[in-house]
Design a protein around this ligand. Structure first.
Ligand code: NAD
Ligand code: 6OD
Length: 496
């Protein structure tokens, strides 16, 4: 697949991104600017859907449930999803351009992870939905004729998909694909920070022949805007949300009146545990990835790195040395790390850098913003930062920062490492680095997280359960778990 070059234009330059409602592209009366985190330039205007437009989208989705979509067989639906994946790949360079323009992430990240995973999500759920079996129970009856119970998987109805800005296309399609595979209709709202890849997806849905109203797209903000109107809409049956834990809590309240089904993938404050018996090179390279990928803006990123005391100083010195060498820059600059998503988010992350100092932490590298002497100084770049010496109850160790930063601390025993890793209100992911097989299994099981990686990080098989415990989420997605969330099983009992 062709990669975009700097000569490839951002696909929506100078336009107003429309919503897609009932198969029609609609420009809202109100719009907001989409700006580049690389240099602050305005990329395009984005339609902001108000409650009336959101209502039209939900009604279009309701109507489509009863239309041709509802009459398609499962193989026909899955064939459509595969066409969507093919079309994403045909327009690969445009999708990558859109994603790097909105996020500033590196070309390498967008072209190796975000966009390929978007296409893979559609293929994976087409395969999984087709392969799903259903239950069947034979029972006895007093007259001796017996009865057969079997279950069918029906759609839940209209699903609201609300996505964040960090992996915009990967995370939106992670929910849209299984929702459609199960026969639902969708109203999707991408983050206000990253509307462009979703706008391309709307075009692709039309090109692939997905019937009108099956996939609807509304743009806007959360509270008082499209997001809130969508999650409180009485005709939405289920909400699949990824974002901050505090937003999850607000959405739960909005959804309570109409008792909607909820699947939440929320924040994290993930730990990496590096044991002295680990393959040091693998642990170092893996920890660099788990701390600094996507400028630290992955919910699975390690913000707390615990290292066994005998290797602590050596490990930290090498980590700091590598962090100092990270090249920061725009998407086409062969950089290791792009900017944060926005100046506002940078202000939040910088406030934690200041707090780390105030909490008596020692900043081992970074701690500020880089200076380029060109237009990138108007962007949202920030230095990769490593802190040591904070107390375990310091706010910087307890709160999710969502930037390229970690706190490093030593541990003296496996028990202490497990205790420190679990001493958090979050519970999304852990990364364990050890060459002791027994310890690997023992420690992994003790992690109070939805996911524990041993000797790797963010290694994904889409059939596995994905999600978090505690403040990190409700429910699981991935494989059969997504199919279960997006379906209503119905038991049919046939007297023989
Ligand atoms: P966010 O919660 O601010 O926003 C996410 C989405 O929710 C956006 O589309 C936003 O417009 C919308 N929204 C905000 N308030 C709303 C409301 N009241 N009603 C309806 N919609 C509302 O999150 P973010 O800043 O975009 O993303 C970063 C956060 O997401 C981090 O906390 C990160 O850990 C989390 N995240 C979690 C996972 C996971 O799988 N667990 C994955 C990615 C990101
Ligand atoms: O890989 C996935 O399926 C997934 N949901 C990743 C989430 C990453 C969080 O930022």
């Amino acid at each position: 697949m062709r990669l975009p070059t700097p000569a490839d234009p951002y696909p929506f330059a100078g336009t107003q991104l429309p919503c897609l409602i009932g198969g029609e592209f609609i420009r809202a009366a109100k719009s907001f600017p989409n700006t580049s985190p690389v240099n602050g330039a305005e990329l395009c205007a984005v339609s902001e859907a108000d409650a009336a437009l959101v209502d039209r989208a939900v009604q279009a989705a309701r109507t489509a449930l009863r239309g041709p979509w509802g009459r398609l067989s499962l193989p026909e639906r899955c064939a459509l999803l595969r066409k969507v994946a093919d079309r994403i790949e045909q327009r690969f360079a445009q999708f990558v351009s859109a994603e790097i323009a909105d996020t500033g992430k590196t070309l390498r990240e967008a072209s190796s992870l975000d966009i390929p995973r978007g296409a893979a999500n559609f293929r994976a759920y087409a395969d999984l939905a087709l392969a799903r079996s259903s239950e069947c129970f034979e029972m006895g009856t007093p007259d001796g004729r017996g009865a057969l119970n079997y279950s069918v998987h029906k759609p839940v109805g209209v699903v609201a998909v609300i996505a964040p800005w960090n992996l915009p296309f990967l995370l939106l399609t992670w929910k849209v694909a299984p929702a459609l595979a199960c026969g639902n209709t969708v109203v999707a709202k991408p983050s206000e920070e990253t509307p462009s890849s979703a706008a391309l997806l709307a075009e692709v849905m039309q090109e692939a022949g997905v019937p009108p109203g099956v996939f609807n797209l509304v743009h806007g903000f959360g509270p008082g805007s499209a997001g809130e109107a969508l999650v409180s809409h009485p005709d939405v049956n289920a909400i699949a949300f990824t974002g901050e834990s505090a937003t999850g809590s607000a959405i739960m309240k909005s959804a309570a009146d109409s008792v909607k089904a909820l699947s939440f993938e929320l924040g994290g404050k993930n730990a990496a545990l590096v044991f002295a018996d680990a393959d040091l090179e693998a642990a170092l390279a893996g920890t660099m990835r788990s701390v600094f990928s996507n400028c630290g803006q992955v919910c699975l990123c390690s913000e707390r790195v615990y290292v066994e005391r005998p290797i602590f100083e050596r490990f930290v010195e090498a980590l700091v040395e590598r962090a100092r060498r990270l090249k920061i820059g725009g998407p086409f600059e062969q950089a290791d790390m792009g900017p944060l998503i926005s100046r506002a988010h940078r202000e939040k992350v910088l406030s934690y850098y200041r707090l780390a100092r105030a909490e008596h932490g020692e900043i081992l590298c970074g701690g500020g913003v880089p200076s380029f002497g060109d237009e990138r100084d108007r962007g949202a770049f920030i230095e990769p930062t490593i802190v040591r010496g904070l107390a375990e109850d310091a706010r910087c160790v307890r709160e999710e920062i969502f930037g390229p930063v970690c706190h490093v601390a030593p541990f003296d025993s496996e028990e202490q490492a497990v205790h420190m890793a679990n001493d958090t209100r979050y519970g999304l992911a852990a990364a364990i680095w050890t060459s002791n097989l027994q310890r690997a299994h023992r420690v992994a099981r003790q992690m109070e997280t939805g996911i524990a990686w041993v000797n790797d990080w963010f290694l994904r098989d889409l059939r596995t359960p994905f999600g978090g415990v505690k403040l990190s989420g409700i429910g699981r997605e991935g494989g059969a778990h997504s199919l279960a969330f997006f379906s209503e099983p119905q038991n049919i009992c046939v007297k023989l």
